[in-house]
Write a protein that binds this ligand. Structure first.
Ligand code: PLP
Length: 382
């Protein structure tokens, strides 16, 4: 059905995404496979569109959080390996076989259930084992590795084809923790590889960019694919053409312009009161669009190529900006919430700093709460 468009449009440039993929592949080296992290609807960029664009670039490993995401990728025709990081409910095990998905296992109970289901299906299921080498999150302890190695050898229907771990501090190039953790992971991998033909992977974007030697067989970039550096800054020298390009942009538009007198309260609670005769532009974007309330008093947007401040509380679908210094603003003008306009640029990192968060959260909030459009889609002429 043909539906009207939203005032708020997220634009995802698939060519930027493809270029980032090529840069990361170059940095990792041609012997390293890249597994694209497309969980959370590809960090708000749209899982199916992103996976399709990366598949064209030769990407043949994808990882999602939930089983349902893996099923959607397959239904959209995505080939190659799809790793399901959170395993699945007992009642959903059959999906793994029907859609050829690779589960990550963190318990013996689950492993035994998978083995039984595989035997029932007359199939052998590839499984990756997640080891907690210091992240303090999901994964079995390195002390349990021998038990798992033996269990995989004993159980029919399951093949230990991968061992994985995760870095808690790879976004910090100056911390030694990632190197230490990598040593521990290597020990685990050697233990496994004595008995099983498993690949090893630990590197996220920070690992790939800052500790490239940790890539091993396969690296799992997420945020860098979408054009941002983990930790918020590019922490090493790069020639400009080797820089990642942010793929997402968020625009809204002016729905009303008004002139108010000095001493006028703006928005709920009148937390902002004008101190001079002021021109206010009303924008049709608010916290339901991921433009969070806590951005009030901090955030700026771009109008006519200039930065202007948000004033007063951010509402569910509305917020206000002070445009007294931008005399030409009119109803219908494009407002850039995130992205470039003229010489100015507002990045997800800058917005994240206003809300004491990280670019990841900004991208998820904007991308997953607004209408998305795509640039440079292969199957469409722009
Ligand atoms: C999300 C995720 C990644 C990607 O991390 P980035 O910092 O976005 O590169 C890698 N590995 C695992 C297990 C993840 O959950």
């Amino acid at each position: 059905m043909n539906l009207p468009h939203s005032h708020n449009i997220v634009t995802v440039d698939l060519a930027a995404l493809a270029a980032n993929f090529r840069l990361l592949q170059k940095r990792a080296g041609k012997n390293v496979q890249l597994m694209a992290m497309v969980k959370a609807d590809a960090y708000g960029h749209g899982m199916l569109e992103v996976a399709q664009a990366l598949a064209v670039e030769g990407c043949c490993h994808f990882a999602v959080a939930e089983l349902v995401e893996g099923v959607c990728l397959r239904q959209a025709g995505i080939k190659g390996q799809i790793l399901v990081q959170l395993g699945c409910e007992l009642s959903d095990i059959q999906f793994l076989f029907d859609y050829d998905l690779t589960p990550v296992v963190v318990s013996q109970v689950m492993l035994r259930l998978l083995s039984r289901a595989a035997v029932d299906n007359g199939l052998v299921l590839d499984v990756h084992l997640k080891v907690d080498c210091g992240m303090g999150r999901l994964g079995v302890s390195p002390h349990e590795i021998d038990e798992y190695v033996n269990l995989f050898s004993d159980l029919p229907g399951v093949r230990l084809s991968g061992v994985m771990s995760h870095f808690p501090r790879a976004d910090d190039p100056h911390s030694n923790q990632s190197r230490e953790q990598f040593q521990e992971f290597r020990t685990v991998c050697q233990q496994v590889q004595k008995d099983h033909d498993a690949i090893c992977h630990i590197a996220n974007s920070g690992g790939l960019l800052y500790f490239t030697e940790t890539c091993g067989d396969l690296a799992r970039p997420g945020i860098s694919l979408y054009g941002y550096y983990p930790g918020g800054v590019q922490a090493f020298e790069q020639v400009p053409e080797d820089r990642l390009t942010p793929a997402m942009r968020l625009e809204t538009q002016v729905v009303q312009v008004k002139a108010v007198a000095a001493g006028t309260g703006i928005s709920y609670g009148h937390t902002f009161v004008t101190s001079r005769p002021t021109r206010i532009a009303v924008l049709p974007i608010g916290y339901s669009n991921g433009y969070l309330r806590r951005l009030a008093g901090q955030a700026q947007v771009l109008i006519s190529g200039q930065r202007v401040p948000i004033v007063g509380r951010i509402c569910m679908n509305l917020c206000m900006v002070d445009i007294t210094d931008c005399p030409d603003v009119a109803i219908g003008d494009t407002v850039v919430v995130m992205g470039r306009q003229g010489d100015e640029f507002i990045s997800a990192d800058e917005i994240a700093s206003w809300m004491e968060s990280i670019s990841y959260e900004v991208l998820c909030l904007f991308g997953n709460n607004n209408e998305r459009r795509y640039l440079n889609r292969l199957d469409e002429k722009e």
